[in-house]
Design a protein around this ligand. Structure first.
Ligand code: AMP
Ligand code: GLY
Length: 433
């Protein structure tokens, strides 16, 4: 059977790689894909991104199953379009994708359904936003309402930073479409800003699959959002991840399912927007093990997917077919007991202004316990070049977090591209535990 994966990141490379391992899958198309999916003989890139053109392609090629990676096509209604054409697709509808695409929608939803999250207020008037910040003081969190690839958030440790972030998001400074030094994109006066209570604790990524009725949790994971070692520097899309996340003990797991995941799925159904697809709760877990939802994503995480796919032993194609048949209750996922850990290698200048077109050398051959998943890469004469912010995610398995970390850093040793940046401490929290 033929499968289509929509997207071009490391997450999509990992999903396509895993789907291609199924004996039932002849070919996995990746639209538009990247340099890594171009190199793999079992995968085929197709240069389509438009939602209607993707559905045309799926009809013409008799695609048995389509899996959507990123939030962009989900928010653009790709699932609605595919379903209207009778195509099998796994993901949320445009309406359900608002849990991610609009922070204001998500916060209102959580408040209405009693789902633990940070206190917040939403503003479109800069004066009121500034006054709110002055009243509540720092640290405080300032977010652009809308999709910003994890980069529309400023955890302001000082009042000055908070005021600056508000000005950029609400466009009080003349609009130029650029990022400011805090990494906030300038929205030229059309946006809303969400201002949140600062939460303390340890973050974890809790991702489940939902078929509309049944909920199936994936292995837990943890991301590293900040650019630099020791969690400093600007927020990024994620600089590395590992699975499992030891902070999610069996008790915490049960609490998250009971207080966050199940009420969210039930609440969406009650609100008339039943949820199908991957639901990702970004959690802050305090010292007592009480979780709060920082955000929802309506897709798999990137880079969390890379270690999760390395650990998944079940046939992903079978799982996806069950997820689109409404029979996830009959699926039991099998996981490698080892730890998987992925280190993101990012382009120079990322996240503000990533450079492109640098030749990548020294890519190792595929090994059973280490994989180089591509993201911002493009095929070029004689190899691959960089083409985006996060370039590669070198992911490895090991018997402990420490061993997975060692193996991942060993696997990336020979890789080079000019300006490359990567953290040297991915997994530090798991290792400390
Ligand atoms: P988001 O895009 O909402 O996931 O935010 C990106 C990152 O900012 C999160 O992963 C956290 O590290 C941080 N963050 C967001 N909201 C809060 C909050 N209320 N308190 C503390 N940190 C936060
Ligand atoms: N790694 C965070 C995300 O995918 O949003």
């Amino acid at each position: 059977m033929k499968v289509l994966v929509i997207g071009s990141g490391g997450r999509e490379h990992a999903m396509a790689w895993k789907l291609a391992q199924s004996s039932k899958v002849q070919v996995v198309y990746v639209a538009p894909g990247n340099g890594g999916t171009a190199l793999d003989a079992r995968l085929k890139n197709v240069a389509i991104t438009d939602v209607k053109a993707l559905a045309d392609f799926a009809v013409a090629e008799k695609i048995a199953l389509t899996v959507v990676g990123p939030e962009g096509p989900l928010a653009a209604g790709v699932v609605d379009e595919f379903r209207a054409r009778g195509l099998r697709v796994f993901g949320p509808t445009q309406a359900a994708a608002q849990l991610e695409s609009s922070k204001a929608f998500a916060k209102d939803f959580m408040q209405r359904h009693g789902i633990p999250t940070a206190l917040y207020a939403t503003f479109d008037d800069p004066k009121a936003a500034h006054a709110h910040v002055d009243k509540h003081g720092a640290p405080i969190v300032i977010k652009a309402d809308g999709l910003a690839a994890g980069k529309g958030v400023v955890v302001a440790m000082t009042l000055a930073e908070a005021h600056e972030a508000i000005d950029w998001i609400l466009g009080a400074v003349a609009g130029d479409g650029k990022n400011n030094r805090l990494g906030v994109q300038h929205n030229a006066g059309v946006a809303r800003v969400v201002i949140e209570e600062f939460l303390q604790g340890e973050e974890a990524s809790f991702i489940v699959m939902c078929d509309g009725k049944n909920v199936l949790p994936l292995a837990t994971s943890q991301d590293h959002k900040r650019l630099q070692d020791a969690d400093v520097g600007p927020n990024t899309g994620g600089m590395g991840a590992y699975s499992p996340a030891p902070v999610v003990t069996p008790n915490v797991h049960a609490t998250v399912m009971h207080e966050i995941i199940l009420p969210t799925i039930a609440g969406m159904a009650r609100d008339g927007v039943p949820f199908t697809g991957f639901l990702y709760a970004g959690l802050m877990i305090d010292d007592e093990g009480a979780p709060k939802t920082i955000e929802f994503n309506t897709r798999l995480g990137d880079p969390e997917t890379q270690p999760i796919m390395m650990r998944l032993k079940s046939d992903l194609f079978d799982v996806m077919m069950a997820a689109t048949d409404g029979t996830l209750d009959q699926v039991e996922l099998q996981w490698d007991r080892r730890v998987a850990l992925g280190v993101v290698m990012a382009a120079g200048g990322y996240p503000l202004d990533p450079r492109k077109g640098d030749a990548i050398t020294g890519l190792p051959a595929e090994q059973p316990d280490a994989m180089v998943f591509h993201a911002g890469t493009a095929p070029a004469k004689g190899g691959v070049v960089t083409s985006g912010g996060r370039v590669l995610c070198v992911t490895a398995l090991g018997d402990s977090a420490k061993m997975a970390q060692q193996r991942a850093y060993e696997a990336l040793q020979g890789i080079h591209f000019d300006g490359m940046q990567f953290r040297r401490d991915i997994g530090h929290r798991a290792i400390k535990r």
